[in-house]
Design a protein around this ligand. Structure first.
Ligand SMILES: [Zn+2]
Length: 111
């Protein structure tokens, strides 16, 4: 059970108050999501992870993408067993990053 009061949140939205969450930013454009009263309660209880999942984003991959500043890296494994640190693309949107990161080769490795 949530300790928050859905009735109050509904009344606030009926009165024209908008509940908007923003995330991302920095190297990419911010995403804005408007929440329904039920979603406001979910957000208050569970935090940003809840909103990310609403958007079809796994919190872990969001974290990794943020930490990489949107840089997608090469998929080549080097002789020393480490992954190549060269970038394939920078400042990617999350969708582009998911498509490119460790799925393409850099110029050195034939990309
Ligand atoms: Zn490479």
């Amino acid at each position: 059970m949530s300790g928050y009061d859905l009735r109050t949140v509904k009344a606030m939205q009926d009165a024209g108050l908008v509940a908007e969450v923003r995330f991302g930013g920095g190297f990419c454009s911010q995403r804005r999501v408007q929440l329904t009263p039920d979603q406001v309660i979910g957000y208050l209880d569970q935090g940003l992870d809840y909103v990310l999942r609403l958007q079809g984003i796994e919190p872990d991959e969001f974290e990794e993408w943020q930490q990489a500043d949107g840089r997608a890296l090469c998929m080549e494994t080097l002789k020393n067993g480490k992954l190549c640190g060269n970038q394939v693309a920078s400042q990617c949107s999350l969708d582009d990053w998911k498509r490119l990161h460790r799925n393409e080769y850099c110029r050195t490795h034939g990309g």
